[in-house]
Design a protein around this ligand. Structure first.
Ligand code: GFB
Length: 314
């Protein structure tokens, strides 16, 4: 991927897309193409085809998706399956029709079977039942992976698929209903500290375990894969260790400086008990995550404090 290649980052305003633009810029790529949702609705097939016809990107990072935490996925399954199928289908088809050299599609470790052995290996995909709370999203993402692999087989395209673990970082979604656990706990704990309330509610039992990858590390891994990965199989991106939700809350409390208690609301779902990925395939290729969880939480909390009003309102 040469420095003057035309690179389209779909979803550049989101957590992953904005980190990709930062990383590409930092690494000296000069022609980064982006479009906001208002400028280009990726659910509109004709508009997507016209955009590819005009811009003829050489590379595409498909980071646009409808994403959300366990509550959002549970509440809006139709939105998650419809929007993600439309977005990915239109971009993958247009990338093929307009001879894009290479495309990176992003899956997620939450699309592995709910009770697959841990740590998750790439070939566990489709070997068991999915987690009910986000099955619609998972089916859409699995379809995207299979679509890339089918185009590669039938048309000889180079559409690769990666499986990032749970992500967090600057520009995340801090809305308490739509967001993932880490940004939600940063906001709830920060507000408890500000308001001097003495308890923060954690959804579920606090026992589930999650692996967290700082989004700037993910962006670095995506560029690495775009440059060096040519296989049809999916590849995990993670840190190779996980933490319980309860211990995550305690760690965030330490960073924020919160001395209060935590309560556990068992009415809320725990979701998948664990989804730690096996990262040996990517490690063997020569890539490793750099940012520790504590350092990543600190950086995310610093960003949140600077953007508190906007971030919370998203
Ligand atoms: O991050 P999260 O919403 O999604 O929840 P998943 C992770 C765990 O944290 C669950 C618990 O057990 C939640 O019950 N949790 C505790 C909380 N307190 C909170 C809170 O205040 N907010 C939230 N959101 N969770 C998602 C999938 O699963 O993983 C998505 O639903 C996506 O499709 C994402 O793929 C990566 O990690 O359980």
């Amino acid at each position: 991927m040469h420095r003057n290649a035309k690179i389209y980052v779909a979803g550049h305003r989101g957590l992953v897309g904005s980190a990709l633009v930062r990383a590409l810029d930092r690494q000296g790529y000069k022609q980064i193409i982006t479009r906001s949702k208002a400028q280009l609705d990726l659910r509109d097939a004709q508009a997507v085809d016209r955009f590819f016809e005009q811009e003829k990107p050489d590379y595409v990072f498909l980071a646009a998706a409808k994403v959300g935490g366990i509550a959002a996925n549970d509440a809006y399954p139709a939105d998650f399956i419809r929007d993600n199928l439309m977005i990915q289908t239109h971009v993958i088809e247009a990338a093929y029709r307009h001879q894009v050299q290479k495309l990176l599609f992003l899956g997620s470790t939450c699309i592995y079977p709910k009770l697959a052995p841990q740590p998750l290996q790439e070939h566990y995909l489709l070997t068991g039942e999915l987690e009910a709370t986000n099955e619609a999203y998972a089916i859409a993402k699995i379809a995207g992976i299979k679509m890339c692999q089918a185009y590669n087989r039938q048309y000889g395209t180079r559409f690769i698929s990666a499986m990032p673990t749970n992500l967090y970082g600057p520009n995340d979604d801090f809305d308490l209903q739509a967001s993932h656990v880490l940004p939600a706990l940063i906001r709830k704990i920060d507000e408890a500290k500000e308001l001097n309330t003495n308890v923060v509610e954690i959804w579920g039992s606090g026992a589930p375990r999650r692996e967290f990858l700082y989004v700037d590390d993910l962006a670095d891994a995506c560029i690495f894969l775009m440059r060096f990965y040519e296989e049809n199989d999916i590849i995990n991106i993670g840190v190779g260790e996980d933490i319980s939700i309860k211990d995550l809350a305690l760690l965030i409390g330490e960073v924020v400086g919160y001395a209060g208690q935590f309560s556990f609301n068992k009415e809320r779902p725990d979701g998948t008990p664990r989804k730690l990925v096996n990262v040996s395939k990517l490690t063997a290729l020569g890539w490793k995550a750099e940012t520790s969880l504590k350092a990543g939480i600190q950086a995310t909390y610093d960003w949140y404090r600077q953007h508190r009003a906007g971030a919370a309102a998203r």
